[in-house]
Design a protein around this ligand. Sequence first.
Ligand SMILES: Cc1ncc(COP(=O)(O)O)c(C=O)c1O
Length: 392
Amino acid sequence: MGTEGASSPRLAARMAEIQPFHVMRLLARARELERQGRDIVHMEIGEPDFTAPEAVVEAGVQALRDGRSHYTPASGLTELREALADYYRRQYAVGLDARRILVTPGASGALQLLLGILLDPGDEVLMADPGYPCNRNFVRLYEGRARPVPVGPETRYQLTEELLRAHWSPSTRVVMLASPANPTGTWVAEDDLRAMAALCAERGAALVVDEIYHGLLYPPRWWTAACLAGEIFVINSFSKYFAMTGWRLGWLVAPMEYVEALERLAQNLFLAPPTPAQYAALAALDEDNCALLERRREIFRQRRDYLLPALRRLGFEIACEPDGAFYIYADCSHLDNDSFILSRQLMEQAGVVVTPGIDFGHHRADQHLRFAYTTSLERLREGVARMTEFFG
Ligand SMILES: Cc1ncc(COP(=O)(O)O)c(C=O)c1O
């Protein structure tokens, strides 16, 4: 059958600017190779290889069995918001009014809600390049303008007060940070964060701090931007530390005066976060479960401690060591000047999949690869052995 008669869909102009993840093309090819019987080491996957612990799964299943699958309030179950406030008290020694915590469909839902209530067309959002790619697309969706700020090892791949001052414009309305960040795994030091918060307060901009990789810091650090006053919004999720990516649950801590608007938009955008997942999340916040997650954190640390020197021995330059998450962002310019081509060769010839820098922005993207240690030490060793052979 030909394509005669088929016409291309008429899409909104913004869709020309919303990019797919390039790694998906690699992944599709990797799956094809796997179907042909080839063994592939996956070092591209941005989610824990662990699943939600048994007690968490059980709580979700029980909720379904009990028929607790109707809509909840748009901002989430009251008991979950209170349990999250308790989690902040326990982990961070920070007292939060539970009404300031909104449960969302993943951190993704929180980001969309937040930008929805903050941005008018043309408003600018400062963010690090490299950084989490969806942010600029969310900004585009609301007709704002993403302003990527090139960052490198000299600022540990993070924005600083100085960089904000240099890139600020009269249209700057929001500053977005992630700590620890994707793809670099670096964390923003408390003093730097306070300085950026003060600048945002002085200039009337909102500060969004994405703490989705909190809990995955080596060694652990429990300090949250949620303890700061002002127009500061903190995002987190059950996806990474709690290993619940597919349950689609996150949360947002907002200043009280924004809660009503957030709830109003949440009612319209999502109606409610997924109900069985919210009951499972109550079990995820339980102290016993958190003790188990700490043991998993130690496994991630061991993997990082193995992979970091191994990549350096292979010739990758890693100018600043990641503090957390499960990523290593490595400069591959000594090996190849096009990281997308290198990632394709690594897959085809060495059977190792990694994410090319281009998925995280433009700044020196062609010279970087992101390695994720979301697979066992044994598989990481296998990947390193294959790359050692590939690089000769
Ligand atoms: C920095 C960052 N923020 C937000 C998200 C979205 O996470 P989720 O919607 O699963 O909570 C991700 C996912 O990889 C991420 O890396």
